[in-house]
Ligand binder design. Sequence first.
Ligand code: PHE
Ligand code: FE
Length: 294
Amino acid sequence: MSTNPNTDDFFATVATKSDSGALRGDYSQADANYVVAQNWDTFYTPEQHALWRRLYARQAKLIPGRACDVFIDSLKALDVSQGIPRFDRTTEALYKATGWQLVAVPGLVPDHTFFEHLANRRFPVTVWLREEHEFDYIVEPDVFHDFFGHVPLLFNPIFADHLQEYGKGGLKALKLDGLAYLARLYWYTIEFGLIRSEQGLRIYGAGILSSGGEVEYCLSSDQPRRVPFQVERIMRTLYKIDSYQETYFVIDDFEQLFNDTAPDFTPLYERLKQQDALPANTLLAGETNLPPNR
Ligand code: PHE
Ligand code: FE
């Protein structure tokens, strides 16, 4: 989950590029953009490839009828069930499809760096894989979350364009003191978004798609709210980082995501600064709460 509003706090409190602390990646070899070589041939052990295969197998079984079509189709074409993928191979196919590239990073990167990558159609993917005891839950994004969750959607041209615009918007938000609002948008769309289909609700958010439990929960449970996508409403809404989401926002299609985020956010940020944030479990008067899939 790459744009965490806390990312820069991490960087303020750990000496960046030291081995002392909270971030577990090795930042010592990273370049100025925090890019490292994946070193696929030497970096991963057979046990790590085996763990990937098990993570993949579990998730792949959950997604039919639950993930959106582009995710399912792209994942199949990526053909990465058998081990941690080589980023350079994926980049070849991805670049042809939408002009995006993958770059390897040691883990979370500063907000500015993250936005710079997206604005230039580069998606940063964490190199390391979680450990066995983190099979079900991991705090920091690893290669499984970043690759399995995020990369398939980058093959959709509209989504791919949207993510680049998001990166540009991030650089702008840094100047306008709007980062907290933009981070909520990312969270409730790129990470935890739902999309309508003719057969019912489907998932496109990477944080759900790489999670063992939330794939089923977000579509079928009676507990969370499922609210039609609305930019300003999302930007006012707090979110949970340590439990399943209490509210999901539902887009009609990727065109809506692209078009509704295209206007200049400057006046929106100004308005949001005058308002209190809404708790994660809010349902506003008059707001639709869409039923779960049956
Ligand atoms: N339209 C936004 C702005 O003016 C930029 C943006 C685009 C943000 C797409 C997110 C997604 O700041
Ligand atoms: Fe993510």
